[in-house]
Design a protein around this ligand. Structure first.
Ligand code: PRP
Length: 181
C-alpha cells in the first residue's frame, strides 16, 4: 500500500464498486456469447492477474485459465517497439475458445504481437477482453471485443497495474500524478 503521503496524491479514477460492476457486465456478456461452451482465459502477466481472477469467477460457463508473459523493448511510442515472450502458455490453443485477458490496451503493440502468435495456433475463436482501453494511444490497430472502460492518456495504477512494480494491490484504479512518476 502507498504511504499516506502518496495515497493523498492518488486520484481515484474508478472505485472498486465501479470496477466490480463493469467486470460483472463483461462476464455476463462473455457468458451469453459462449453459452454451453468452454472458454480458455489467457491472462497477460502481471497486470491482468487480478482482473482475470475476478472475471473468471463471474462467468457462468465452463472456464479454464492460463498465463503468458511478454516484455516490450525499444521505443514504445513508435511502431518499431519490439515485443518478446518470456513465458508461453501451457495449454494447447487449437480448436479452443480463447479469450486474451489484459488489464490495459495502450499502443496495442503487445496485443498485436499476441494476436498474431495465438492465431498461428488455430484457436476456434479468439477474443480480447481488456479492462481499460487507452484508445488515444493506439499505434497497432487492435480492438478489444470486451472493454471495461475507455480512458484518457493518464498513468494509472491499482487493480493489478503498477508503477515500478508497486501499487498493483490498490483495490481502486488511480491516476498517478506526474510528480510521483
Ligand atoms: C502493460 C499491460 C499490457 C501492455 C499494454 O504491461 O499489461 O500488457 O502494457 O501496452 P501496449 O498496448 O502499449 O503494448 P506491462 O509491460 O506494464 O507489464 P505488467 O503487466 O507486468 O505490468
Amino acid at each position: 500500500m502507498p504511504t499516506p503521503a502518496v495515497a493523498s496524491q492518488l486520484k481515484v479514477l474508478f472505485t472498486r464498486e465501479q470496477i466490480a460492476n463493469r467486470v460483472t457486465a463483461m462476464a455476463d456478456e462473455i457468458s451469453r456469447d459462449f453459452a454451453g461452451e468452454s472458454i480458455l482465459f489467457v491472462g497477460v502477466l502481471k497486470g491482468a492477474s487480478i482482473f482475470l481472477g475476478d472475471l473468471a469467477r463471474q462467468v457462468s460457463v465452463d472456464a479454464t485459465f492460463d498465463f503468458i508473459s511478454v516484455a516490450s523493448y525499444g521505443n514504445r511510442t513508435s511502431s518499431s517497439g519490439e515485443v518478446r515472450m518470456n513465458k508461453d502458455v501451457d495449454s494447447s490453443l487449437a480448436g479452443r475458445n480463447v479469450i486474451i485477458v489484459e488489464d490495459i490496451l495502450d499502443t496495442g503493440l503487445t496485443m498485436g504481437f499476441l494476436r498474431k502468435l495465438f492465431l498461428a495456433h488455430s484457436p476456434r475463436v479468439l477474443k480480447i477482453a481488456a479492462l481499460l482501453d487507452k484508445a488515444c494511444r493506439r499505434i497497432e490497430p487492435v480492438k478489444a471485443d470486451y472493454v471495461g472502460f475507455v480512458i484518457p492518456d493518464e498513468f494509472v495504477v491499482g487493480y493489478g497495474m503498477d508503477y515500478g512494480e508497486r501499487y498493483r494491490n490498490l483495490p481502486d484504479i488511480c491516476v498517478l500524478p506526474p510528480e510521483l512518476q
